[in-house]
Design a binder for this molecule. Structure first.
Ligand code: AKB
Length: 312
């Protein structure tokens, strides 16, 4: 059986749907700190706090888990406000999962982030192997996680695969506590209210990706031949980059009355420390990574689904 941790989060909901679609029902155990209000068919639910090793082991044993998508984690903005929580959940969580994967011979997917990069990293077309000196606690936990993945892959021969996600745009579940959340909020506010106050400046440009491509990246890397995986920290992956002003313009093309104002807060400094664009040639070469959505296709699809969701 496959285990997803943090399954009620932004990525977990869509990944679970994709796994149920491709594997059929009853292959999936979805877990989070609390049971969700709405249970979906085709999967089993349980409660799991990944910071407790005994709980992680119990779940893996009880459900005969062979593959783990370890998505439980604290994002960048929450991590800056609650650094100890971020360290506990992100570092102790991944440590427990990797330790359990070693004992029970599980394969693991773990998401890293562009947050491993920082002010001293080249900002444009950021290479796979480069300076990783993040200024945030979230970034520090992701660098540590990447090194733990590499250590366990090399020393214990666990099959761990990872990608460095950019900001992810989606409509199923809201992101929580990230610096790139403005790109999602802008769609919902544009459809609901026709206006949005953005918490980064209009010039802020970040790498982003539409959720179907994020899900595709996880399934593709997990399907790839073991011998082709040459990066055991985490792979750079990219789809497109845009500034807040460019996203607002793309939405305005479809909703001409939409207005966007800018009121940067503490998240601006985090955004300023991250790359503008990412070189993902290694992922393309090793496991044929290719995103399907460009900016226009993403905006069209997002507006369609957000309108449906908000009944507008
Ligand atoms: C965040 O903004 O914290 C995340 C990320 C880029 O890892 N979306």
């Amino acid at each position: 059986m496959i285990l997803i941790t943090g399954a009620s989060g932004q990525i977990g909901i869509d990944l679970a749907d994709a796994l149920v679609d491709s594997l059929g029902p009853d292959q999936l155990l979805v877990t989070d700190l609390r049971m969700p209000e709405k249970l979906r068919p085709g999967r089993k639910y349980d409660v799991l706090d990944v910071t407790y090793m005994e709980s992680v082991e119990k779940i893996i044993q009880a459900h005969n888990i062979h593959t783990i998508y370890h998505l439980a984690g604290i994002l960048s903005a929450t991590g800056e406000r609650h650094p100890e929580l971020a360290w506990n959940v992100n570092v102790n969580g991944v440590r427990n999962i990797l330790e359990a994967a070693k004992r029970y011979k599980c394969r693991v997917f773990w998401p890293s982030s562009i947050a491993v990069f920082g002010p001293t990293t080249p900002k444009v077309n950021t290479p796979q192997e480069t300076v990783t000196e993040p200024g945030t606690m979230y970034g520090a936990t992701k660098v540590t996680g990447e090194l733990l993945c590499k250590f366990h892959s090399n020393h214990h021969e666990i099959d761990i695969r990872s990608v460095r996600f950019p900001g992810i745009i989606s409509y199923s579940a809201p992101p929580g506590g990230g610096t790139t959340d403005w790109a999602v909020d802008m769609f919902f506010q544009a459809v609901e209210h026709g206006s949005y106050t953005c918490f980064v400046t209009k010039e802020t440009r970040l790498p982003m990706m539409y959720m179907p491509d994020a899900v595709k990246s996880m399934l593709d890397i997990m399907d790839a031949d073991h011998k082709n995986i040459t990066v055991r920290t985490s792979y750079n992956i990219a789809a497109f980059s845009f500034s807040a002003e460019e996203l607002a313009a793309a939405i305005r093309k479809r909703i001409p009355t939409f207005t966007c104002t800018y009121a940067p807060d503490f998240r601006q400094a985090i955004a300023d420390s991250w790359p503008e664009s990412i070189d993902d040639s290694r992922a393309r070469k090793d496991w044929d990574w290719t995103p399907e959505y460009d900016l226009d296709a993403m905006v069209d699809d997002m507006l369609l689904h957000v309108r449906k969701k908000l009944q507008k």
